[in-house]
Design a protein around this ligand. Structure first.
Ligand code: NAD
Length: 316
């Protein structure tokens, strides 16, 4: 399958000042006319390059949302109240941002013929019956966040069926990469790296036997570009690597990669945490041509290298 090519388009990235949105913007900006809509609740303004239009606003602001969708050919919808803990603290806010604003976004998109790529989540599966998890695995989320993402994942399918809207929901697994920000999914890699580097204990929640499929943000960007150019719309795709590690293994990997003596300690389990997670990515492989390119070990090495102090200038 050919490489995805998105150029000379007007592109809106909601949540473009966040971790995933920011990487998408960096990739798209050279060849497209990119606008970011972000309220900076967790995002950072300096993730958005100078040549990108930045609109400081909330996706719940209908006037702004409508205006930006009308102007766009493609929307990458990344803005969200991210994660289980935030949704457990304030379920109505999670619902209004993650579901309410997304349904409004889909409705404007159908009015203005705008293609949508939507950030769904592996959280919609809940505690899996078995791994790897296929897209038609039962959907039984265990948190308000998971319920909200499940609703928009279904809305995407229904908008494609009822209104012919070209929309693709991507069910992200655990994304990691540079500058993950505060979200609790990817933060574990960041937190362990920080603890290992400073020699502090690496704190594993629960037994550490729980497994996760960590996918590098570059591969998530790849999946988004493929979703933005495919004819296979109205269908949800898992975006992971197809393999998983336990959190205890992750801690070891990071300790080795950083050459650290940090001890590994265990703290309480986190409420809402599931035991196992691993994506079956056959559908994305076959229909989108998606292929993960960064394995976890090299992804961690990259992060370690990027954080290493530069060599002092030679005196000769
Ligand atoms: P992030 O917190 O770094 O980015 C979210 C961005 O949305 C931030 O810039 C934030 O300021 C913005 N935002 C939040 N509420 C907003 C609002 N009401 N109006 C406008 N902007 C708003 O998170 P991320 O990791 O980049 O996540 C991106 C998307 O991927 C989210 O939809 C998230 O639910 C989904 N997701 C992420 C992961 C992961 O591992 N990171 C896993 C599954 C799904």
């Amino acid at each position: 399958m050919s490489e995805p090519n998105l150029s000379d388009r007007s592109v809106l990235v909601t949540g473009g000042a966040g971790f995933v949105g920011g990487q998408l913007v960096q990739t798209l900006a050279p060849d497209n006319d990119v606008t970011v809509l972000d309220d900076l609740s967790t995002g950072e303004r300096d993730r958005v390059p100078d040549d990108v239009t930045f609109v400081h606003g909330d996706v719940r602001d209908q006037r702004k949302l409508k205006q930006e969708i009308e102007a766009a050919d493609v929307v990458f919808h990344e803005a969200a109240v991210v994660g289980v803990p935030a949704s457990l603290r304030d379920p109505p806010r999670s619902n209004h941002v993650n579901t309410g604003a997304t349904v409004q976004l889909l409705d404007y998109a159908r009015q203005y013929d705008t293609r949508v790529v939507l950030a769904s989540s592996a959280a919609i599966y809940g505690e899996p019956e078995s791994v790897p998890i296929e897209e038609d695995h039962p959907l039984e989320p265990t948190s308000p966040y998971g319920v909200d993402k499940l609703a928009v994942d279904h809305y995407a399918r229904v908008f494609a069926q009822q209104y012919d809207l070209p929309v693709v929901p991507l069910r992200y697994f655990n994304i990691y990469g540079p500058r993950t920000g505060p979200n609790p999914y990817s933060a574990v890699v960041d937190v362990f790296l920080e603890q290992a580097r400073s020699g502090d204990p690496i704190t594993v929640h629960g037994t550490g036997e729980q497994t996760r499929d960590f996918v590098h943000v570059d591969d998530v960007v790849q999946a988004n570009l493929r979703a933005a150019t495919t004819d296979e719309v109205g269908v949800a795709y898992n975006v992971g690597t197809g393999s998983s590690v336990s959190i205890a293994e992750l801690a070891e990997l990071i300790r080795t990669a950083t050459d650290s003596d940090s001890p590994i300690t265990h703290t309480d389990e986190r409420p809402g945490d599931i035991s196992d997670s691993e994506a079956d990515i056959s559908r994305a492989r076959e229909r989108l041509g998606y292929e993960p390119t960064v394995d976890l070990r090299s992804g961690i090495d990259r992060l370690v290298d990027a954080a290493a102090p530069a060599d002092p200038p030679s005196s000769s």
